[in-house]
Design a protein around this ligand. Structure first.
Ligand code: GLU
Length: 628
């Protein structure tokens, strides 16, 4: 499915583009973070500030087009922190780390140094795409029965597993920042942490997304005094428009700026992390059975970010690079694109293109569930999953006029394929596991042409719900991304817990090159819908003639090999939604899917930075110079 629309649509597209620079924005180039807060606006009339007044939140614009570098995140303060790094001569990596550190303050329920993530980098000097795996890791003492209740022999209920020390993986985020800066940065970690430290010390303006994320976790946070102290001022979620400080996190960032990442991996912060995991500090009056975990200071001291080979597929003459295992993002997006490469839905037939998109997603998910796990522990047939031969064989399962019954069975990526003349053998069917809906994604580019797509997470919105006392950040519950019990029938499950193992992820930071030059960079949160959202946005942009802002704003649908497609109401109600129903697709609606950010590299050195116009309250895109 390819080549039916011009890829240069965005150059001439009809979507209004607002050039935004954050030059001169209040947050951007402030004095040193230790200076006292300046008085200012930012408190909404009728809501007295809970803390002394400070600077207003910088403006939020979802689309910006221009030159010299760009940042797109879900949050205006984080985008401002990234832009500050670019303005000071920093690289895409300096900007990405500065933005990520700021997200640890303003998006603490989706990111932060208590979590992990995956980092994809394009180096303009060498033309190489590299990837860093900063995934959280099970402690050395973890076993396959991590989430099995010893008394009943049954898997723990999800919420009980989530809110426990058991679910907390050894965090990889801080080491990812340092590793990325060592390879591709021009500035120090201390410099990257500076705007975020200032933001935490002086406070930021609470928006609707922040408040609703606290409200959704209020009962949980109330059971952990350290979490309640941070996020429930006066015992309740902070008001929209009020200013929230996180002095503990400011102090933690300062400590790291002074002593480096050793303060965390083996140092005093790490000691507090391990103590919290081993004995979660629950409120005296909490009616909650919170199981301890086994993470030790040695687990932290031994943590390693791993450089992995990126996944690569050709699609419509483009080179699509993604994140390999333990993320299933690159392999699943890549396999689905290979399947779509064989499809020929007919000119301008959007419904047929979407039918193929849904069917290809289901097939690729069946294979993901059956074959993908931590490559250091299980044998992942990655080359075969990404081979065109396997995709041709899988594409045979798609009937142009009828949706297949779901779940579909996985294929057999054994190197011997039918060539698409007949459908290949099938392996036993597998179940679909639970996955969260949190996380955040950011995308940056610099004046040299380097590009970063970085997705970071603490798994659920609010992670485990357990903050490290006195340190200002939440611990992840990433280990619940493991399957709690075997899910693949008689076949081995690649994603069961194990000592030092990394749980399978869906995170899909993606960089697309056109003849070796950057064309697109994108990613999103959303649990396993991450994969389908990245895939659908690529289909929208490359096959359906949308420019990037349109591709991103379009209603979403996610088929992850389940009986019905999960879709946004606007998708179900669209003409294509109606036509897809007549092909046999059924839908379950959900208010929104994902919160994507991305960049498109236009002609003549222009960059278009794009964030969500609406979802999760809208994101923030900026470029260094609106005109050359
Ligand atoms: N924990 C999920 C993963 O790594 C991401 C969670 C989310 O995006 O909500 O795949």
């Amino acid at each position: 499915m390819s080549g039916r629309f011009s890829r240069s649509a965005a150059v001439f597209g009809t979507v209004a583009v607002v050039a935004a620079t954050l030059q001169g924005s209040a947050q951007a180039d402030g004095p040193d973070e230790s200076a006292p807060a300046a008085p200012g606006a930012g408190e909404r009339a009728g809501h007295p500030p809970q803390f002394p007044p400070g600077r207003p939140a910088p403006p939020k614009q979802p689309v910006a087009t221009g030159f010299g570098g760009a940042v797109a995140t879900v949050d205006a303060d984080a985008t401002a922190a990234g832009m500050r790094a670019l303005r000071r001569g920093g690289t895409a990596t300096d900007a990405a780390v500065a933005a990520a550190a700021a997200l640890g303050v303003t998006e603490p329920f989706s990111s932060g140094i208590g979590g992990g993530g995956f980092y994809v980098h394009y180096d303009a000097g060498t033309g190489e795409v590299s990837t860093l795996d900063g995934r959280e890791t099970a402690p050395a003492a973890a076993t396959e029965e991590l989430f099995i209740d010893a008394e009943t022999g049954e898997p723990l209920p999800f919420q009980q597993a989530r809110v426990s020390g058991l679910s907390v993986g050894t965090p990889g985020t801080l080491q990812t920042w340092q590793e990325a800066l060592d390879r591709w940065g021009r500035r120090s970690l201390a410099d990257a942490l500076s705007p975020a430290t200032r933001l935490a010390a002086r406070g930021f303006v609470v928006d609707e997304t922040f408040r609703s994320q606290v409200a959704g976790n209020a009962e949980l946070f109330a059971d952990f005094p350290a979490s309640a102290e941070l996020f429930l001022p006066d015992g309740a979620p902070p008001e929209v428009g009020s200013r929230l400080r996180n002095r503990d996190l400011a102090a933690t960032y300062r400590l790291i700026a002074r002593h480096g990442t050793d303060a965390f991996y083996g140092g005093e912060i790490g000691a507090d992390v391990a103590a919290t995991v081993q004995d979660p500090p629950v409120a005296d009056d909490a009616d909650r059975d919170v199981r301890p975990g086994s993470m030790t200071v040695d687990d932290l001291a031994g943590y390693e970010v791993v450089e992995r080979e990126p996944t690569t597929v050709e699609y419509d003459g483009l080179q699509v690079f993604g994140m390999g295992p333990p993320s299933s993002g690159g392999s699943t997006v890549g396999e689905a694109l290979n399947i779509l490469e064989t499809a020929d839905p007919g000119p301008d037939d959007t419904t047929a293109a979407l039918h193929h998109y849904l069917e290809a997603s289901a097939l690729a998910f069946a294979d993901r569930n059956r074959y993908v796990g931590d490559p250091d522990v299980v044998d992942v047939p990655l080359d075969e999953l990404l081979s065109q031969g396997f995709a041709d064989e899988r594409a045979c399962e798609i009937a142009p006029a009828a949706a297949a019954d779901k779940p579909v069975a996985p294929g057999v990526p054994d190197g011997e394929y039918t060539g698409g003349d007949s459908c290949g053998p099938e392996a036993g069917a597998g179940a679909v596991a639970h996955e969260g809906m949190s996380t955040t994604h950011l995308t940056t580019a610099d004046r040299w042409g380097n590009v970063v797509a970085y997705t970071l997470t603490i798994e659920q919105t609010g992670g485990s719900g357990i903050a490290v006392p006195g340190r200002g950040f939440l611990l992840n519950n990433e280990l619940t991304d493991f399957n709690f019990a075997p899910s693949q029938g008689d076949a081995p499950d690649p994603n069961l817990p194990g000592p030092g193992k990394r749980p399978r992820s869906s995170i899909s930071p993606t960089i697309v090159l056109d003849d070796g030059e950057p064309f697109l960079a994108l990613g999103t949160p959303g649990g396993s819908t991450i994969i389908t959202t990245v895939l659908q946005t690529l289909v929208n942009r490359i096959d359906l003639g949308m420019d990037l802002p349109e591709a991103l704003a379009a209603p979403r649908a996610s088929q992850r090999n389940t009986p019905s497609v999960t879709a946004e109401p606007e998708f179900v109600e669209s003409r294509s939604g109606e036509q897809l129903r007549s092909l046999g697709h059924s839908f379950t609606t959900t208010p929104e899917i994902g919160a994507l950010t991305g960049l498109e590299f236009l002609r003549g050195g222009r960059i278009q930075a794009v964030a969500e116009p609406e979802r999760r309250g809208g994101g923030s895109a900026a470029v260094l110079f609106p005109v050359r």
